[in-house]
Design a protein around this ligand. Structure first.
Ligand SMILES: C[S@@+](CC[C@H](N)C(=O)[O-])C[C@H]1O[C@@H](n2cnc3c(N)ncnc32)[C@H](O)[C@@H]1O
Length: 241
């Protein structure tokens, strides 16, 4: 295989996966119900990746208008392809989720709000919410009494906090929590298992940047496997006060 740039190596490893972060379809049903998102809602999938959750949102709310936004062209193209059969009611665009205009009844943001910061994102999104609208987001969360292995997993995310810290970040933006649940185990397997299969396939011919990307992904998965019952995203549904 010819040498790849680090960006190409990243895409070779992470393109065409079922999803780009931990999560499960059932989480969306839960969030839509907690947020009381109406049938004809306007919904944004912020940081949609290749559109796994965009598809589920479109299925869960067949009369809704859905806008999915991601900054990476490759993911936008993949999400467009995946959602084309829904027609015009699902639009996917390349853009910055920091600049949403709305109005939306629900902003769904899985595994991406940490790019902006919880307080910063919620503050920015307030004006993009329709009256009564809500935001559902997942965010890395430290469980009580974390082991060394759990701390090691999150070493590259020093901003990590526990559930009360996440609630406090939402409150600092003037939001109240309507519901919360933890994503542990299955949601992470849904993300890591396909990557493991991809690594296995690519490994025999991988050199240079690609070999480095595979090593990094393998190390991340090994750190998760060292403490799978302790590695969590908190999924919160919040609403402006
Ligand atoms: C970990 S992935 C999660 C993707 C998807 N939500 C999922 O759960 O499969 C994070 C995504 O956020 C996108 N992203 C990060 N910062 C962004 C920004 N400022 N605007 C739009 N998308 C962004 C990345 O390109 C990436 O696709």
């Amino acid at each position: 295989m010819s040498e790849l740039t680090p960006d190409d190596a990243f895409l070779t490893l992470y393109s065409d996966l079922a999803r780009e972060g931990p999560g499960a379809p059932a989480d969306l049903g839960w969030a839509l119900s907690v947020a009381a998102t109406p049938a004809k809602a306007r919904i944004c999938d912020a940081g949609c990746g290749s559109g796994a959750d965009t598809v589920t949102l479109a299925k869960e709310r067949p009369e809704a208008q859905i806008e999915a936004v991601d900054k990476i062209a490759h993911f936008v193209a993949a999400a467009r392809q995946r959602t084309a059969h829904f027609g015009d009611r699902v639009q996917v665009r390349q853009g910055d989720m920091a600049d949403l205009s709305g109005p939306y009844d629900l902003i769904w943001c899985a595994g991406a709000i940490y790019f902006l910061g919880v307080t910063e994102a919620l503050t920015r999104w307030r004006s993009a919410l329709a009256p009564g609208g809500a935001v559902a987001f997942s965010e890395p969360c430290l469980l009580p009494r974390p082991s060394e292995a759990a701390r090691a997993f999150w070493a590259e995310y020093p901003q990590i906090t526990d559930i009360s810290g996440i609630r406090a970040r939402a409150a600092a933006a003037g939001y109240r929590v309507l519901g919360e649940q933890m994503q542990i185990g299955a949601a992470w397997e849904a993300y890591y298992r396909p990557i493991e299969r991809r690594i296995e396939k690519l490994r025999p011919s991988a050199t240079g940047a690609l070999a480095g990307a595979l090593d990094q992904a393998e190390q991340e998965i090994a750190r998760w496997k060292a403490a799978p019952s302790e590695i969590a995203y908190a999924l919160l549904v919040v609403k402006p006060e």
